[in-house]
Design a protein around this ligand. Structure first.
Ligand SMILES: *Cc1c(COP(=O)(O)O)cnc(C)c1O
Length: 221
């Protein structure tokens, strides 16, 4: 199967409400261009340096998503062009994104990453920290960021029920926040959940953005 077929087939399994972010980390430019020529424009990278280099080397109508952990001192490298940062997990990081975006006179869209997996190694806010961040932040001081939703990664496991329960817990926090009256720069629109091994479950549980790499390019070397 070609990259083009894989993108087509992946899209086919998703409802219209769910968009596909093709994860290009570790992939060479030629393979990314295959996806580009198949008409795809939303790509995700997990490392700042790789994202920056690929952004420089590839066509400028690509929508770049940062999906991996972001250190505050690296925000400046991606601030000029990043389309959506999926992995905001502290107020300090949000403030730095706001600061860099202000210098560039732009507004950067972000998602708050929530830790929903059993594994300890994954980044993200706990549900308590999410609640605190949402309710005790002075959102009016963050005019150059717009939080548009939440992101989460399920446990890497064959236990489909565990994965489903973890996605459900995030969807429930998302729905709960959506019912509140939120500031203009904090909205619950996008729910980023689902990777190659679990995107079908994620779509069933209300994901609006799946991040799929190896199911499209094959296993990373
Ligand atoms: C690598 C990665 C993905 C995609 O993983 P695949 O299993 O290759 O689909 C999705 N989200 C994040 C945050 C990643 O780092």
């Amino acid at each position: 199967m070609s990259i083009k077929d894989n993108i087509f087939n992946t899209r086919q399994t998703l409802p219209d409400s769910c968009k596909l972010v093709v994860v290009t980390k570790t992939q060479p430019l030629e393979k990314i261009m295959e996806a580009y020529h198949a008409g795809h424009r939303q790509f995700g990278e997990n490392k700042v340096q790789e994202l920056d280099q690929k952004h420089d080397a590839l066509p400028n109508d690509i929508e770049w998503h940062l999906i991996g952990h972001l250190q505050t001192n690296k925000v400046k490298y991606i601030a000029p062009f990043v389309n959506l940062i999926h992995s905001v997990d502290s107020l300090k990081l949000l403030q730095e994104i706001n600061k860099q975006a202000m210098k560039l006179n732009r507004v950067i869209d972000c998602l708050l990453q929530v830790h929903i997996a059993k594994e300890e190694s994954k980044f993200g806010l706990s549900f308590d920290e999410l609640h605190t961040l949402v309710s005790s932040t002075d959102w009016s001081s963050l005019n150059n960021v717009r939080v548009t939703g939440l992101m989460g990664m399920a446990t890497f496991t064959d236990d489909a029920q565990l994965i489903r329960d973890e996605f459900r817990s995030l969807k429930s926090a998302f729905d709960h926040l959506k019912l509140k009256s939120l500031p203009a720069n904090l909205q619950m629109i996008e729910l980023s959940m689902g990777m190659s091994n679990d995107y079908k479950i994620a779509a069933e549980e209300g994901s609006t953005l799946v991040r799929v790499g190896s199911a499209i390019f094959g296993q990373r070397g």
